[in-house]
Design a protein around this ligand. Structure first.
Ligand code: NDP
Length: 281
């Protein structure tokens, strides 16, 4: 039977420590979130980020813009936040409305306030094996889970399904920087099962329910499921067929309660880390 990787528990431990550190700060860190449009899932995510920040003593500002806002309006908000010394961290909640050029928006965030690590400066630092101001939150959360459970990465075959800038691509580089031998798969990958079957560490971030099945996973592998999909009964599930795969592997994350809580945890930790960098602590 596999050992469950309990992201919820690990995140709580990390955030309890963070809360203690923030308690002693005279001036508190500040996270600003920009949300544009009416996507219900985005609203839920932003509310839970705000709630978590406030629980920890992090000041949080939420800037809401309508679905029909212009590119210029978003850029002006970013410009204001970049120049506001009381704001340490800026997050743009994705996805933005379809008419907005997301790439340009992310590029306008000052990299030293880029709490999600999606600016090309920060992604480029990771790709070149250097330290960014912030690592993207989900990949960082996954690396922390591997560290917490003492799962060796050095020399291991790691397979990442997904190549988005948000998850798969930075994660692949972070695993490479940690000396894994990394294969990144995507929708054009041929023989996915053959590749995943060689993974010591398999991470799926495709957003495809039932993508990873029992025959695709090496015996004893570590399986991290990033996917968030909705089942017919409305419940959440990942990309991995948990009950099929679990008997064959050594570690596995549940969905929900695995990677998700670690993403929020990294967001809070990144906010604090940017605060420290900006205040030279
Ligand atoms: P994207 O849609 O941006 O990227 C999905 C990636 O998966 C793409 O690279 C795509 O390939 C690849 N892919 C899709 N279908 C297949 C397939 N059948 N076989 C192989 N590769 C495939 O999604 P994100 O990276 O933003 O998110 C991925 C998943 O993770 C989603 O379910 C999302 O909800 C979840 N997520 C969870 C978080 C958490 O905290 N738990 C945080 C962020 C995301 P191609 O590039 O060729 O299109």
């Amino acid at each position: 039977m596999a050992k469950l990787i309990e992201g919820k528990l690990v995140a709580k431990k990390i955030l309890d420590n963070l809360s203690d550190e923030i308690l002693f700060l005279e001036k508190k860190p500040c996270l600003a979130v920009i949300i544009a449009g009416n996507d219900p899932a985005s609203k839920i995510y932003v509310n839970s980020k705000k709630k978590k920040a406030e629980e920890l003593g992090i000041k949080s500002i939420v800037i809401e813009l309508p679905e029909n806002c212009t590119q210029q309006e978003i850029l002006e908000k970013i410009y204001t936040l970049n120049n506001d010394d009381s704001v340490n961290a800026i997050l743009v909640q994705l996805p933005l409305p379809a008419h907005i050029d997301t790439k340009e928006v992310l590029e306008k965030i000052n990299p030293i306030k880029d709490v999600d690590g999606l600016h090309s400066y920060n992604l480029g630092r990771i790709a070149s094996g250097n330290k960014p101001y912030s690592y993207p939150c989900t990949p960082m959360g996954i690396i922390r889970l591997l560290e917490y459970y003492d799962i060796a990465v050095d020399g291991q075959n790691a397979v990442v399904i997904g190549r988005s800038n948000l998850v798969g691509r930075p994660l692949s580089y972070m695993l490479l920087n940690a000396n894994a031998t990394v294969t990144t798969c995507h929708s054009k990958t041929k023989n996915l099962a053959k590749i995943t079957g060689q993974a010591d560490i398999l991470i799926s971030a495709a957003g495809q329910k039932g993508l990873v099945k029992a025959g695709m996973v090496k015996k004893g592998a570590v399986v991290i499921d990033v996917g968030i999909n909705r089942q017919q009964d409305g419940k959440l599930c990942g990309d991995v067929d948990f009950w099929e795969v679990e008997p064959d592997v050594s570690y596995i994350t549940p969905v929900p309660g695995g990677v998700g809580p670690m993403t929020i945890c990294s967001l809070m930790q990144n906010t604090f880390d940017l605060y420290k960098i900006q205040n030279r602590i």
